[in-house]
Design a protein around this ligand. Sequence first.
Ligand SMILES: Nc1ncnc2c1ncn2[C@@H]1O[C@H](COP(=O)(O)OP(=O)(O)O)[C@@H](O)[C@H]1O
Ligand SMILES: [Mg+2]
Length: 308
Amino acid sequence: MTAGSLRVLNPQNVWGAETELNRDGFYPSLHTTLKPVTRVNYLPERDADKTPILECIDLGISFGGLKAVDNFNIALGRTEIAGLIGPNGAGKTTIFNLLTKVYQPTHGTILLDGKDIAYMTTEQVNRAGIARTFQNIRLFHNQTVIDNVLIGLHNEMHYTMAESVLRLPRYWKAEKIARERALEYLSLFHLEEHAEELAGSLPYGAQRRLEIARALATNPSLLLLDEPAAGMNPSETAELMENIVRIRDTFQIAILLIEHDMNLVMNICEGIAVLNFGRIIAKGSPDDIRSNPAVVEAYLGRKGAKKL
Ligand SMILES: Nc1ncnc2c1ncn2[C@@H]1O[C@H](COP(=O)(O)OP(=O)(O)O)[C@@H](O)[C@H]1O
Ligand SMILES: [Mg+2]
């Protein structure tokens, strides 16, 4: 791990009741020092002197009269694992839709690696470095597992339409290299032996892993994961946590995840932003967030942390 000393989660905190998975040392928390870089933003110390991979400035969107997201300010370090949490309907997925240009913001600015993405399309943003997974899995169910990853890789392949139609040597060479790379991505997620099966035939947890593999194949510098642990059993979630940290360590990219599983969030996220009714109500390290009265009230004052 790149993030300095390790800390073991205190399993008795309000965010995650003790589970069989909370074995000492098994879920090492990233003990990252956050450094203020502006009046409203923090970055992990190791990333603080570099351009943030993502910066949102006063970002907002309204649907009719509803301000789904308002005054959203955040900066993400280039190798940061960050969490976006908040009750259902708080605006979390809407933020991902803004970042990937599914929605146009009503106001505000999004900088990707310092560049304004205002005039980019979803596809251009993906090529520029943002990949995502969806709250409801979106795979090509009737295509094979490896084809789903190859679709991601085709962003990166270089041959002309004519070379492809005529099946010229450069096409076959590129295809062979792409298949090898696709298998490497699949093996990261223990999916290589399922390469030729239909994506739709995989169990749920494996489909979620495949979606991450496909997103990674587009070679992002920022990976957005929308509720990656949803529907996973505890051992799948444990493996997912390890995978997320491993992805960051291997590819040295930033990961922003939306998640309700507080055990996951508090263990692997370095910076956390808490959203309530479209606005950030708290931002900071896991320790800052746990002890923030506004957060505790937003969650525990309602139906308790487990319902988040
Ligand atoms: N396309 C849309 N049209 C109208 N309202 C929307 C649209 N997308 C999201 N919303 C509303 O914005 C709010 C935030 O939704 P969402 O971002 O999905 O929340 P979360 O992911 O935090 O659960 C909700 O009130 C939702 O109904
Ligand atoms: Mg959502």
